[in-house]
Ligand binder design. Structure first.
Ligand code: UT7
Length: 329
């Protein structure tokens, strides 16, 4: 089977920044509490007229221009998000139209904080199967639209942003995707969810009054699951691929909480130099955290062609995943 490699990366965050001190005036919290418990200093928030497809299109354009590729050359567009512009049509269709991509298909993928990783590996499989040459994977979320800014337990955590990676075919066995392990566990579904707006609890005046269109989270349950599973799935993947932690140049984890990332790194036996953390600037952008963190690692000269990079994430569902790649540019 031929391989699949990442050939370009583009990100976009809306310019407006909401820092911890501003949150102090909105809810009963402090900069110290937020920093100590999460590592977050600030997050970017989209203006009211901006939707997820707008962020996604910006990120896609950066990735395509980095590669010098016309949108018409794409075979598929996957948009990984929990905050689509609408339930349907798929945000992928809106993005395709705005990009002007032709003779392309695509769809939205909902797997919360694992959605980008699932999309990336699905894109790799589409390419590896031989049926696709170029797949654009976009993780984009406008979390501020589904956050209750009077709930201090959740409003401090999330931000808005988008990131896109272009996946293309390669015949070189020394670059691109190596392997992945993904698992879902629906028994944790109640721990993190947006209860209303779907077929179970359709929108009504009551659902709005009861704040059921916002993120509801049992923080500690999610925290404990994330610490345990992010480590387990990553170490299972390393074992299956015969790689040791010393061979890993970088762990690029989903950015939900700095303490989850540090605990995972410690359990895996990784040094701080091997772990990318940029949660301080963006908070948890759900679908966008992994491309944003990868982009920052490249910018800082921490990720180069030939390096082994391990992606890992845990999110609502529960969803869990780890993916191992040999960086290719
Ligand atoms: O990417 C999706 C997956 N999501 C996650 O991975 C999130 C996982 N969970 C977490 O990151 C953490 O559980 C939180 C950051 C959400 C909360 O941190 P925690 O250390 O688990 O705090 P806690 O929920 O146990 O709350 C401790 C105390 C409580 O007060 P009492 O009951 O001890 O008096 C909370 O009411 O902290 C209080 N608290 C706050 N205090 C100041 C909760 N939020 C805040 C706040 N500011 N923003």
């Amino acid at each position: 089977m031929r391989g699949a490699k990442i050939t370009a990366l583009g990100c976009y965050v809306p310019p407006k920044v909401l820092n911890n001190f501003e949150l102090e005036s909105m809810v009963d919290t402090t900069n110290e509490w937020i920093l100590e418990r999460t590592g977050i200093r600030e997050r970017h928030i989209a203006e009211p007229e901006v939707a997820t497809s707008d962020l996604a299109v910006e990120a896609a354009r950066v990735a395509l221009s980095e590669r010098g590729m016309d949108p018409s050359e794409l075979d598929a567009i996957l948009v990984c998000t929990v905050t689509p512009d609408m339930l349907f049509p798929a945000t992928a269709c809106l993005v395709q139209n705005r990009l002007g991509a032709r003779e392309v298909w695509g769809f939205d993928l909902i797997a919360a904080c694992c959605s980008f990783l699932y999309g990336l590996d699905l894109a790799a499989d589409l390419v590896r199967s031989g049926s696709h040459q170029r797949v654009l994977v976009i993780g984009a979320d406008t979390m501020s639209r589904i956050i209750d800014y009077s709930d201090r337990a959740t409003c401090i955590l999330f931000g808005d942003g988008a990131g896109a990676m272009l996946v293309e075919a390669t015949d070189d066995p020394n670059e691109g995707i190596i392997d992945y392990i993904h698992e879902i566990d629906g028994s944790g579904g109640d721990s993190l969810k947006m209860p209303a707006g779907g077929s179970r609890i359709p929108a009504s005046h009551k659902t709005v009054d009861d704040k059921l269109h916002f993120v509801h989270q049992e923080g500690q349950q999610v925290f404990k699951f994330a610490v345990r599973r992010m480590h387990e799935v990553a170490s299972n993947l390393l074992e299956r691929t015969g790689k040791s932690t010393s061979e890993i140049k970088l762990l690029v984890p989903h950015q939900a909480n700095m303490r989850i990332i540090n605990a995972t790194a410690e359990r895996l036996g990784l040094s701080p130099e091997q772990v990318v953390i940029n949660i301080q600037h963006y908070g948890n952008t759900t679908g966008a955290t992994i491309p944003l963190a990868t982009r920052d690692a490249i910018r800082d000269g921490r990720l180069q062609k030939g390096d082994l990079v391990l992606f890992a994430a845990v999110g609502a569902g529960f969803t869990t995943g780890a993916s191992l790649w040999r960086w290719s540019y």
